[in-house]
Design a protein around this ligand. Structure first.
Ligand SMILES: Cc1cc2nc3c(=O)[nH]c(=O)nc-3n(C[C@H](O)[C@H](O)[C@H](O)COP(=O)(O)OP(=O)(O)OC[C@H]3O[C@@H](n4cnc5c(N)ncnc54)[C@H](O)[C@@H]3O)c2cc1C
Length: 423
């Protein structure tokens, strides 16, 4: 075979992606645009998993891990506050403990600095990669707005506590404008008196419908010859050089290259293919308000309360909070109600007629970094999961990195911090 034929073969791989969330769809679409044949396996419609209900923020300012030095001192207070950002289901505690110990080990100043550096390499170019991935779609059909993201500090203590986070953001190259209460009020006139200031991450954006974004990617994949199989992957037939077939509840499907992008449900699939990863889930909730009766044009993050407020096509979405409770426990919608109570404190005029509540599973790694890379055991198996609080922001950049790895090209970003065998 000539060099040219080898390069063509490398570029025209047949790739099967397991999982049609935003991450799997971005991987499939990027590979397809680069000449690969793609098929996507998911028992559900594209974008109906966690990617459906998130806060929709392309959080280019999120260059800090979830765990920070001294966090353990604040955890008891958070757990005791029914409106606080964190709950743990006691029955889940034994299962959660190993993950939590790893999480705490990643809150030392040295680890936080290393993680922040790694996050910056994928978070900062996140939105640019969406623009590139969707550059064949007319601009007015892309459900993404680039109007920044406002961090809101409800009180002086939150404003003071945010100073060191903002210093880190600035150091990493996040474009940030620190704003006083009057400047915030100009941007969001409906905000009430409980507000001590904020900061505008000017290069962030938001999805006016995260579902529409997934559906757009899925439609482009189908239009260009990609296939979707409605089936749940249950295991693999493995030959000498790797998996030859995916077993599903709808039969077996042959595979050449394989990308595991099943979000919070990826752990057993990755284990069957060579890597035992400490993936768990941080459950989160949203409340969708179809007629909020206040005007909000810029998405907001209230970090101290652990949620975001985002203007979307269907209304105003309040989304966030963290609940440790595993993959199978039923939702506790009191967590969603807490979002509404907190939002009404910030926006006294907010109305909740017709509110809809939702719960989803963030796929979370204990070091706040996703797994993006090759299986340690099989060279044609790739992992793209564990994006935690940032899966929407990181979908397109993950697709780019996975495509570079599948096609054996030099990677635009150093993949080392995201390797599956880093634990
Ligand atoms: C309340 C909340 C707010 C959030 N806000 C933001 C935000 O503002 N910005 C941001 O960047 N991120 C945010 N996130 C995080 C983000 O939503 C997730 O990181 C992201 O959706 C993960 O995408 P995914 O494609 O990995 O997983 P998913 O969207 O869950 O997709 C995984 C897919 O895999 C499929 N699947 C599972 N098991 C199998 C199997 N065995 N076989 C085949 N298919 C399978 C599922 O059906 C699903 O369709 C938020 C999350 C929550 C919960």
């Amino acid at each position: 075979m000539t060099d040219q034929q080898l390069a063509q073969e490398r570029d025209r791989r047949n790739v099967t992606v397991i999982g049609a969330g935003i991450v799997g769809l971005c991987c499939a679409r990027t590979l397809q645009r680069r000449g690969c044949s793609v098929s996507v396996i998911d028992p559900d419609e594209a974008g109906r998993g966690t990617s459906y209900g998130n806060a929709g923020i392309f959080a280019t300012g999120s260059v800090l891990p979830e765990g920070k030095p001294g966090l353990w001192k604040r955890v008891p207070g958070m757990l005791l506050d029914p409106l606080g950002p964190l709950t743990i289901r006691l029955s889940y505690l034994p299962q959660l403990t190993p993950w939590m110990l790893r999480f705490m080990a990643n809150t030392t100043p040295r680890r936080v600095e290393e993680i922040s550096q790694a996050l910056a390499t994928i978070v900062l170019p996140g939105l640019r990669h969406y623009n590139e991935l969707l550059d064949d779609v007319p601009r007015d059909q892309v459900p993404i707005r680039q109007q920044g993201c406002l961090y809101i500090y409800p009180n002086a203590a939150d404003a003071a506590a945010a100073k060191s986070d903002n210093a880190t953001r600035t150091r990493r190259g996040v474009a940030l404008e620190i704003l006083g209460p009057d400047e915030i009020r100009q941007l969001v006139p409906a905000i009430g008196p409980d507000m001590a200031g904020g900061a505008l991450a000017t290069q962030s954006g938001h999805a006016t419908s995260p579902l529409a974004l997934s559906q757009l990617l899925a439609a482009r994949i189908v239009a260009d010859g990609g296939t979707f199989v409605r089936a749940k992957a249950t295991g693999f037939a493995v030959g000498e050089s790797g998996p030859t077939h995916v077993h599903t509840d709808q039969g077996d499907f042959p595979v050449e290259d394989l990308v595991i992008a099943a979000g919070a449900f990826s752990k057993p699939l990755a284990k069957a293919l060579g890597n035992a990863v400490p993936l768990d889930t941080e459950r989160g909730y949203h409340v969708m308000l179809p007629t909020p009766e206040i005007e909000v044009r810029v998405p907001m993050l209230i970090s101290s309360l652990g949620f975001g407020i985002t203007p979307m096509n269907e209304g105003l979405r309040l989304a966030g909070t963290v609940e440790f409770g595993g993959l199978t426990a039923p939702p506790n919608y009191a967590r969603a109600d807490a979002l509404l109570i907190n939002a009404k404190r910030l926006f006294p005029g907010l109305k909740d007629a017709g509110a809809e509540r939702w719960m989803g599973h963030r796929p979370s790694m204990p070091d706040s970094l996703p797994v993006i890379g090759r299986s340690s055991r099989f060279p044609h198996v790739f992992f793209a999961f564990g994006h935690g609080h940032l899966g929407l922001s990181l979908g397109a950049v993950t697709g780019r990195l996975i495509a570079d790895l599948v096609q054996d090209r030099p990677t635009a970003i150093d993949p080392t911090p995201f390797r599956a065998d880093r634990f």
